[in-house]
Design a protein around this ligand. Structure first.
Ligand code: TNX
Length: 492
């Protein structure tokens, strides 16, 4: 018997005998903090089964039991046991319990992903799993600046992430083409700076209520939102909205192209820092998570001296609002970062230029790294040269195999798991303007990314991964995920 395809691969899984059958009468026992996850599970199972499962906090006789308590696993993790009589899921903390539910979900027949009632016997084969993540930060980034994605689209992406045990949603909220979050003290950012997109589309932005709706929805899936306000480059939209942010006081024209590196806030003007203080304060107030991302990439229109002076002030202002900072790896040019600033690496699987030096700079300044090597994990790269969607700058197309065959701890010499907070799969949206295209670019490569983020190196195995993926395809179909059916998914 082959093991069920669980994505990402668990640390340990062994099949046992018998089957558990989920029926309309199955009760879920979930004391204390486990109850919220039990409610999520009941909601998840409802559409396809038609069952409204009863959740009980006190009565321990329920056949499915979700509990929080020590699992004796190395990091917060979960143990899942399925026998004919019971399903027992025990986790060290609530997010791990939620992760365990994602595993359980994948042990049910694929029809469980359907949005309408299915005539299926809901059997779960006997199994013992213990599992815990390799990295605590398992992210996906969505660029809502090049093309805007509304609240419903973001929620849908959040649910896709949850399935794969990803737990950080990084929103790239501002760029040359658009400013996508309303800021009360600088209202023209959205009134004038959000009206376009790449290719000249209509743009769009989140009201504060919209943004909070995303943050709350993500939180209900134990996903932390990291907002990015990209400065000092990638700021044309702000320079359109406020002439005073330009050194020459002349408002810029809206930009609908895909070049990078041409815009910069005016480094010498005091108003620039008032602007940053207001924006960082308002964004921080809306953000319960610990992180604020301030970009810092590709500031090619800013001189070295200006860049360093700017970063010193901008980071001081940002930390004054109580957040830990994240910056793209160029931020490591500064030796003056607030202690513990996190770097996000976007060079290649083999570092180029001074990317490895930048990484070491963050580590020396007490920070850790998020690894996003562009030639492995940039989900906006083409799958193949003849594809319509995607870019190719990161050494040509990125195949599923490229997305799977890399190790975050083998990129920069001396930088190993202890220096790595986690990994993140960005999806830049120059060529992507709708949910189907987004899912096509993300899936299946994001599954590879999730496996790099979650599963230990010891269980990484390309043949096993592609076999599981082929078995997994019907589940993606049932979930109506618009994935790219790459050749590896059709093998038997
Ligand atoms: C590089 S990598 C960028 C983005 C683009 C992306 C397209 C990085 C930090 N910046 O501005 O959208 O390439 O792949």
């Amino acid at each position: 018997m082959t093991n069920p395809p669980v994505m990402p691969a668990p640390v340990h899984l062994s099949a046992s005998s018998g089957h558990f059958e989920l029926t309309a009468g199955t009760r879920i026992h979930a004391p204390g903090d486990a109850e919220a996850v039990a409610r999520y599970l009941a909601e998840l199972l409802q559409p396809a089964t038609g069952f409204a499962l009863t959740i009980d906090q006190e009565d321990a006789s329920g056949a499915i039991s979700l509990t929080i308590g020590a699992t004796d696993l190395p990091t917060p993790g979960y143990r899942l046991s399925v026998t004919e009589a019971r399903i027992e899921l025990r986790a060290d903390d609530v997010p791990s319990l939620f992760a365990g539910v994602q595993t359980l979900r994948q042990l049910l027949p694929v029809a469980i992903e359907a949005s309408t009632t299915q005539d299926v016997t809901w059997l779960v084969a006997g199994i013992e799993i213990h599992d815990y993540p390799r990295f605590s930060y398992r992210g996906a980034m969505l660029d809502v600046a090049r093309h805007f994605f509304d609240v419903a689209a973001v929620k849908r992406y959040v649910d896709r992430m949850a399935l794969l045990k990803l737990n950080v949603l990084h929103l790239h909220l501002t760029d040359d083409q658009g400013w996508r979050l309303h800021i009360n003290s600088w209202p023209n950012l959205t009134a004038l700076g959000a009206t376009t997109a790449v290719g000249g589309g209509h743009g769009g932005f989140y009201s504060k209520a919209d943004y909070t709706e995303i943050v709350d929805y993500a939180a209900s899936r134990y996903i932390t939102v990291v907002p990015e306000v990209d400065v000092p480059g990638h700021t044309n939209a702000a320079l359109v909205a406020y002439p005073e942010l330009n050194c020459d006081d002349v408002a810029r024209e809206p930009y609908a192209g895909i070049e990078v590196g041409f815009s910069s806030l005016c480094i010498d003007k005091e108003v620039t820092y008032q602007f940053l203080d207001d924006v960082f304060r308002e964004v921080s107030e809306l953000t319960p998570g610990p992180y604020l991302h301030l970009g810092g990439d590709e500031s090619l229109a800013t001189s070295d001296e200006d860049y360093l002076a700017f970063i010193k002030r901008a980071t001081e202002i940002a930390t004054s609002h109580g957040k830990t900072l994240i910056g793209w790896h160029e931020l490591g040019r500064s030796g003056d970062l607030p202690e513990g600033t996190i770097g996000q690496y976007w060079s290649y699987v083999t570092p180029r230029e001074d990317a490895d030096k930048r990484v070491n700079s963050f580590i020396q300044q007490g920070g850790r790294m998020i690894m996003s090597p562009a030639d492995a994990i940039y989900l906006d790269m083409k799958y193949a040269s003849d594809e319509k969607l995607g870019l190719e700058w990161a050494d040509g197309p990125t195949t599923l195999s490229d997305a799977y065959h890399w190790d975050p701890a083998a990129i920069v010499e001396g930088i190993t798991d202890e220096h790595i907070l986690g990994i993140e799969a960005p999806i830049w949206t120059e060529t992507i303007d709708n949910v189907r295209d987004l899912e096509y670019m993300a899936f299946p490569r994001i599954i590879a990314a999730a496996e790099i983020a979650w599963s230990p190196r010891s269980v990484h195995d390309w043949n096993d991964f592609t076999r599981r993926l082929a078995d997994y395809a019907p589940r993606l179909d049932a979930a109506e995920i618009a994935y790219n059916r790459v050749p590896e998914m059709s093998q038997q």
